[in-house]
Design a protein around this ligand. Structure first.
Ligand code: NAP
Length: 352
């Protein structure tokens, strides 16, 4: 297999560090350059980074010199992953795409752009074709692909089988979000220790809009026709380190669907990437749990290296039709791991 030289933009941040950790020993991708702000540029990665991972920073990554986030400084990479702060991602990511360097981004800035795929490989791999509509690159093969907000990943993965089997009329989702989702240093300890904060700025809007693009259909002219059902979202910060837990209530289009029908739809769902042998893909993307105490962030967030989504408590709802709990690892499945899986899909499909 050809090895790709990759760059990481925002490599010193919480998501950037997760990229560095997950790409160590990756069979296809080798970290060639790391980049961050002018504050970090010129230092070694070890000096510039407050390493938050519970693994030892590798020698090879630690001694890389942090570059400024310019296409010139990263001219010799095949593509970049971006964990950039959203205040700077618009400009920097576009500079890379225009310079012919593909960008696989975690930032929110281009997620709703009509030429940019918002990808979850198990849910909408066919949206990758939007890349062909992009006109950003003035030379070469530059493009931008994004992955969704960290709550949207478990939400759309759990909705996909139900949406396909029964149609969805409306969704109410309450997300209990881990503190690692706020980056570092994140939420002040005095706010979150022994407490719950019932507001996360900007989060509810993303949860109410991004799933509609992801579950949308490609029209004959290649545009995405978004799904059209209302989602009501609430976002709570809870004192959990990793793993966002969602309580979901769904009204279905089809009448009289029983929990056993939904269980069958989830168990019979055909994962569209299961035969592609992508290195980061979980063997079982969605796990259905029977123990009513499960899933739990501390116990199940790291299932299948943090790439599996776990569903439990599937039952008839008191309002609407169905109710369930779903868990996904926010910085792996919902951020760096999801982006790496996107890049693996793009390699297999010939875009990279
Ligand atoms: P973070 O810890 O604050 O890291 C931000 C990164 O951006 C750092 O590497 C920082 O470099 C770099 N940066 C800031 N200003 C810059 C500039 N002017 N030029 C170049 N680089 C600059 O943030 P994070 O939590 O990792 O989040 C990164 C992105 O991923 C955000 O867009 C976030 O919304 C998204 N995201 C996060 C999560 C999560 O669970 N945390 C999940 C999904 C998506 P310095 O160290 O040099 O300042």
């Amino acid at each position: 297999m050809h090895q790709y030289k990759v760059g990481i933009l925002g490599a010193t941040g919480a998501v950037g560090q997760k990229f560095v950790r997950l790409l160590e020993n990756h069979p296809w991708f080798v970290i060639h350059k790391v980049a961050a702000s002018e504050r970090s540029a010129g230092k070694t990665y070890r000096e510039a980074t407050n390493w938050l991972e519970d693994t030892v920073l590798s020698e090879s990554a630690g001694k890389l010199t942090v570059q400024p986030c310019t296409p010139e400084a990263l001219a010799d990479v095949d593509f970049v992953f971006s964990g950039l702060d959203s205040s700077v991602a618009s400009e920097i990511e576009m500079q890379f795409a225009e310079a012919g360097i593909p960008v696989i981004s975690n930032a929110k800035n281009y997620r709703t752009h009509n030429q940019v795929p918002l990808l979850v490989p198990e849910v909408n791999p066919e949206h990758a074709e939007l890349i062909r509509k992009q006109t950003f690159s003035k030379k070469g093969n530059g493009f931008i692909v994004t992955n969704p907000n960290c709550v949207c990943v478990p939400l759309v993965m759990s909705l996909r089988p139900l949406y396909d089997a029964f149609g969805v009329e409306s969704v109410v989702v309450t997300s209990m979000q881990a503190i690692s989702g706020a980056g570092y240093p994140g939420v002040p300890s005095l706010d979150i220790m022994g407490n719950v904060v019932p507001y996360i700025s900007g989060e509810e809007d993303k949860i109410m809009t991004e799933p509609l693009k992801i579950l949308g259909k490609r029209s004959p002219d290649g545009e995405i026709e978004e799904a059209s059902f209302p989602i009501h979202a609430s976002a709570y910060r809870v004192p959990v380190i990793d793993g966002h837990l969602l309580s979901v209530v769904v009204k279905l289009k089809k009448a009289d669907v029983k929990p056993s029908d939904a269980t069958e739809a989830i168990l019979n769902w055909k994962n569209p990437i299961s035969d592609m042998q992508l290195p980061s893909a979980p063997k079982q993307a969605i796990r259905l749990m029977e123990d009513p105490r499960h899933p739990q962030p501390r116990v199940h967030a790291m299932s299948e290296n943090g790439m599996q989504v776990s569903i439990g408590r599937l039952r008839k709802a008191g309002v609407f039709d169905l109710s369930y709990t779903v868990l996904g690892h926010n910085t792996i499945r919902g951020a760096a791991g999801g982006a790496i899986l996107n890049a693996e899909l793009l390699v297999k499909e010939g875009y990279l």
